[in-house]
Write a protein that binds this ligand. Structure first.
Ligand SMILES: [Ca+2]
Ligand SMILES: [Ca+2]
Ligand SMILES: [Ca+2]
Ligand SMILES: [Ca+2]
Length: 349
């Protein structure tokens, strides 16, 4: 109690000194006494051989990775980490699903899971940064464990990060498998699945050299594409699909919708300047979960535009993950001065 009072007082004094100082330079950082940090202590195992055994679920533990060795690392998607790690193990007596939650931890965590043995470069599951209340914490949701297998949960850190962690492993209802079906009217994207070393010579847009596109034919009807996207090269790359439209009307109200077996990034790219450096989205929408259809509407001026579809994340999305994209409002406009009755009638045949 005494110490806590002292720490609070020290911060107050430091803040006052900083605010009121007539100096034109800020005071040195070392003068600020940091608040006391708890030390959650050493409780996890050092490595797979000495893993701390999780006997039953739900399981909750707090500990610190400080002072442990860096035995393991996985890329998901950041490489080059040398952070210390601790290991827990759990034997699944039956098929089940679990959430592995490090969200309340106090440092930039990373977590990965091995099945039965160390499989470097090929973890059973892996996450660095999840959608936690605090940024950069880790979470693996709805992970399917199979009866008769032992799972090693490695609590690790991004880069050199280490510190106090809070680990919760909870059995949850297994998620309904997300399956996106191609409707009968769907046009096959035609690209095929990505793979390690893939360079996307098909429709990678400005991510490919040379740039390549799927050219969309205008239609008064809804245009539907069935495509694939996913992650490859150790989840450092993703297949991006660029659908090219030449908008010819004075204003073009375009609605794009997509449903995917992966978290989705869907948007418009203004291609009027081509693949210039720093090319960004005109606008976009995202969904952090799979099988969550999203739509986006813009009123666009005439010119070349792309619809962009890809996985939002670099996180073990298989290369054959399906999506369905629809485009509404991409119609042809014939310039009035060039229009003949014949050409106008041809449009509506
Ligand atoms: Ca490590
Ligand atoms: Ca992290
Ligand atoms: Ca694709
Ligand atoms: Ca592609």
């Amino acid at each position: 109690m005494k110490f806590a009072t002292f720490a609070v007082l020290a911060i107050f004094v430091a803040a006052t000194a900083f605010a009121a100082s007539p100096s034109n330079t800020p005071m040195a950082k070392e003068d600020i006494v940091p608040p006391a940090m708890p030390d959650y202590g050493r409780v996890g195992g050092e490595d797979i051989a000495t893993a701390a055994v999780i006997v039953a679920l739900p399981f909750s533990d707090t500990g610190s990775t400080v002072g442990y060795l860096d035995d393991y690392d996985e890329v998901c998607p950041y490489s080059g980490s040398f952070a210390p790690d601790v290991v827990y193990s759990y034997y699944a007596a039956e098929d089940m699903c679990v959430d592995i939650d490090l969200c309340p931890s106090l440092y930039d965590t990373k977590v990965f899971v091995y099945e039965d043995e160390w499989t470097p470069g090929d973890p059973f599951a892996c996450n660095d940064d999840a959608d936690c209340a605090t940024a950069y914490r880790s979470f693996i949701g709805g992970l399917v464990l199979y009866a008769g297998h032992t799972y090693y949960i490695v609590v690790d850190g991004y880069s050199s990060a280490s510190g106090n962690y809070v680990l919760d492993v909870t059995q949850v209802d297994c998620p309904t498998p997300c399956v996106v079906e191609c409707p009968p009217e769907g046009i096959d994207e035609g690209e095929g699945p990505c793979y390690d070393g893939y360079t996307d010579p098909f429709n990678g847009g400005c991510n490919s050299i040379p740039d390549v596109y799927t050219f969309v034919a205008p239609s008064a009807e809804t245009i539907t594409y069935c495509g694939l996207s996913g992650n490859f090269d150790n989840n450092t790359l993703k297949d991006t699909d660029w659908y090219w439209m030449d908008l010819t009307c004075e204003t073009n109200t375009i609605t794009i919708c997509a449903d995917a077996e992966f978290p989705l990034l869907l948007g418009f790219v203004d291609m009027s300047l081509g693949c210039v450096d720093g090319l960004g989205f005109y606008s976009y929408v995202t969904t952090p979960v799979e099988c969550d259809p999203i739509c986006h509407t813009e009123i666009l001026p005439p010119g070349p535009w792309c619809v962009f579809v890809a996985s939002l994340v670099w996180d073990n999305i298989p290369c054959d993950a399906d999506y369905v994209l629809t485009i509404d409002g991409y119609e042809s406009c014939v310039p009035v001065e060039d229009a003949s009755w014949g050409s106008i009638k041809a449009l509506y045949r």
